[in-house]
Write a protein that binds this ligand. Structure first.
Ligand code: HEC
Ligand code: HEC
Length: 259
């Protein structure tokens, strides 16, 4: 008998949408957002000439040669980096969560460049490059080894879990209501995925631009008409940490295209 591939099976399920939501939520909790793309977007993603992300990765390679290579050799030497961020970094007694884009910015300052935001084009190009060499790496974030670091990390994670479950905005919905409760449902011409962090950074046709996880999360806040947390804010880092723990073991499959 002809066996359906995972994505064919998923598409078949989505067709009978009354079945889709509960079955998906139950059995397919670790599905990546890439498995929810339309066939057209999947084709665009697989065709390097048509995929806009290719240009970003190429730009990342140029930036790498100019400002990162001197300390890190090849991008492949940091293959594991995207999968294990955010990390808790302690400096002079204070600790904060640093995600990949933050780390790129910290290192750009090291290389004598002025600091930029996480949505800066150069930062995103380097993020796209490091995510592309990290493709297939299993998501794995970890608490620091020391007792104080562990305590702090657990507190950040607990904050993230709480944010994930807290109702926000005029629509009065929490992340959990859509990304666990409505997986497979149609929402404003999009199909709700489990909201895993594996596919970033994303090129959204809607934005005509590449964006980090911050930008996507802010779009979700905006979707429920809630006050947007600032890009790079602790709340977004705590949510990212929680999403990474929730997706522990999933292979990275970004950068990717989104509607
Ligand atoms: C009203 C429903 C809704 C709520 C509430 C919501 N989102 Fe989303 N979210 C979406 C939709 C729709 C998309 C785009 C399609 C998709 O990938 O699910 C999306 C996309 C995402 C993605 C990107 C997935 C990918 O692979 O591209 C992440 C991560 C995410 N949301 C996390 C969150 C978090 C964290 C919260 C809570 C702060 C949240 N969302 C609240 C509807 C929602
Ligand atoms: C002057 C040396 C130097 C330069 C230049 C430099 N880095 Fe770094 N980088 C480091 C050091 C040292 C670390 C170890 C962690 C720390 O102290 O932040 C690091 C850590 C990192 C990490 C985290 C690695 C991991 O596995 O957790 C990433 C990602 C990174 N650098 C990216 C970059 C990028 C991108 C550039 C170019 C814009 C760059 N670095 C330029 C010295 C440098």
């Amino acid at each position: 008998m002809h066996r359906l591939t995972r994505s064919q099976w998923l598409r078949a399920l989505l067709l009978c949408s009354s079945l889709a939501a509960p079955v998906l939520a139950h059995a397919q909790a670790l599905l990546s957002g890439n498995q929810f793309l339309t066939p057209q977007l999947q084709a665009m993603q697989q065709d390097a000439d048509a995929n806009p992300v290719t240009l970003w990765i190429e730009k990342g390679q140029t930036l790498w040669s100019n400002s990162c290579q001197s300390c890190h050799n090849t991008p492949e030497s940091l293959r594991a980096a995207a999968a294990h961020h955010p990390r808790l970094v302690t400096r002079e007694g204070s600790a904060r969560l640093v995600n990949l884009e933050d780390q790129i910015n910290l290192c750009r300052q090291r290389a004598g460049q002025s600091p930029k935001g996480v949505e800066d084009g150069d930062t995103l190009s380097l993020s796209a490059l490091l995510h592309s060499v990290g493709k297939g790496q299993a998501i794995h974030v970890q608490a620091p080894a020391d007792a104080l670091g562990q305590q702090r990390w657990q507190a950040e994670l607990a904050q993230g879990a709480q944010l994930y479950a807290t109702r926000i905005g005029r629509l009065n919905l929490a992340c959990v209501h859509c990304h666990d409760g409505k997986v497979g449902a149609n929402l404003r011409a999009e199909v709700v995925s489990p909201g895993h962090p594996s596919g970033f950074p994303i090129y959204r046709l809607n934005w005509q631009n590449l964006g980090s996880i911050d930008r996507r999360l802010r779009a979700c806040y905006s979707g429920v008409q809630a006050t947007l947390p600032a890009s790079g804010s602790p709340a977004l880092r705590q949510l990212e940490l929680y999403l990474k723990v929730r997706a522990e073991g999933m292979p990275l499959d970004g950068p990717s295209i989104r509607r």
